[in-house]
Design a protein around this ligand. Structure first.
Ligand SMILES: [Zn+2]
Ligand SMILES: [Zn+2]
Length: 393
């Protein structure tokens, strides 16, 4: 391949198009000023710039760029606003104590946004119904099914006022969350076994997250069913209704999406036939992510039982979600860097992050975006141009 200006990467030694990043290994090329000793450039492995969104720090706790990594920078901003406005609307409805409406909207908020993302990024390739069935629908069926099946049994085990009951605690804070995690993995595992062509780490995340979101939605609706069919407007302090709504709308679904997405991302890294440039590390191995997923499911309900209260519950869920999100970003980043590959069409395309025309190489040399994090809709090559001098910014 030929480029207007080329450079040799100081990290992998390959000759590629000139830019701030190596188009082959993604290493950040640090330019030194003239009075700096040694070479004019040196490369460093990129510990700070998230491979799916290089304008963000790797550990930026962003819900949108973590769970919707295929979105371009512009779409990420739009999705952030959409999420903020919808979450605020749900919060205001719950503050008005319109409880059935607030719970239903809260339970559906994240799944609807994720469905929009699924179609916008065309994650399903050319078989939308099968993929949606195996992820969202199966997750939702299993979530609702488990909750309905165990509802009466749980109620029979609950004896308020009798102090902390170890059996009930183990059941609701350990056994049920683990069972839920296993059920959330069923749909993605079917895809793992039957659809080998979806072999990218971000496919694993998307399938896992979709299953987790479907599961959380019907589970929340099943557990709150008596409130949903109750009076349309309730009385009492606003916090009694607003705080659980925050958990149903954001914390529970995102926690389920994070644990299932994390496990699936590591599984899909094993599936990806591209040989890794370096060892992927313990964090991206499936026994470690299974343990982390299990801990992520167990910690919030267990801590909420031991140190109860509506505010404390929000804190436990939010803290666990934060840790899981940062771990998830790390695994996605490792996968996108160490298993980077070109899209395969061998033409040029427009980088959706920085809008430069780039070759079909693993990374954009201008902004460092891993090309596998481009949505399938945006991967199309530019139409062939007549041979003439064209200038690009
Ligand atoms: Zn390189
Ligand atoms: Zn770019």
């Amino acid at each position: 391949m030929e480029w207007e200006e080329s450079m040799r990467c100081q990290s992998c030694g390959r000759e590629g198009p000139a830019g701030d990043y190596c188009a082959y290994c993604g290493a950040h090329q640090v330019r030194h000023t003239a009075n700096t000793a040694n070479s004019a450039r040196r490369a460093e492995k990129r510990p700070h710039f998230f491979a799916a969104n290089p304008f963000e720090h790797l550990y930026h706790p962003s819900i949108v760029s973590t769970f919707f990594p295929h979105l371009s920078r512009q779409r990420t901003h739009q999705m952030r606003w959409l999420l903020f406005i919808l979450a605020l609307a749900v919060l205001l409805i719950s503050a008005g104590r319109f409880v059935p409406l607030a719970i239903l909207l809260a339970a559906l908020l994240m799944p609807v946004l994720y469905l929009f993302y699924f179609f916008d990024a065309q994650i399903y390739g050319n078989e939308p119904l099968r993929i949606l069935g195996a992820t969202f629908l199966l997750g939702a069926l299993l979530g609702g099914g488990m909750s309905v099946a165990l509802y009466r049994f749980l109620l029979s085990q609950y004896h308020p006022g009798a102090g902390l009951n170890p059996t009930y605690l183990l059941l609701t804070s350990v056994a049920l969350p683990l069972l839920a995690q296993v059920l959330m993995l069923v749909g993605p595992l079917i895809l793992y076994l039957t659809r080998p062509r979806f072999d990218e780490v971000l496919d694993g995340l998307a399938f896992g997250a979709a299953s987790g979101l479907g599961f959380a939605a019907t589970q929340s609706i099943a557990y709150a069913w008596l409130l949903i069919i109750g009076p349309f407007q309730r009385t009492g302090p606003i916090s009694t209704w607003a705080l659980p709504t925050v958990r149903i709308a954001l914390l529970t679904p995102l926690l389920d999406a994070a644990t299932t997405g994390l496990i699936c991302a590591a599984l899909w890294l094993r599936r990806d036939p591209q040989p890794a440039t370096r060892r992927l590390g313990a964090l991206a191995s499936w026994p470690v992510v299974l343990l982390l997923g299990a801990l992520g499911q167990i910690a919030p309900p267990l801590l909420s039982s031991l140190l109860p209260g509506l505010v404390m519950q929000i804190i436990w869920y939010a803290l666990t979600l934060l840790v899981l999100m940062l771990l998830l970003r790390r695994v996605l980043h490792i996968g996108l860097i160490e298993k980077a590959r070109p899209l395969g069409h061998g033409q040029t395309l427009i980088c959706p992050q920085c809008h430069h025309e780039v070759s079909d190489l693993p990374f954009c040399p201008n902004c460092g975006l891993a090309l596998l994090s481009i949505s399938r809709r945006m991967r199309r090559p530019l139409p062939a141009q007549p041979a003439q001098e064209t200038t690009h910014e």
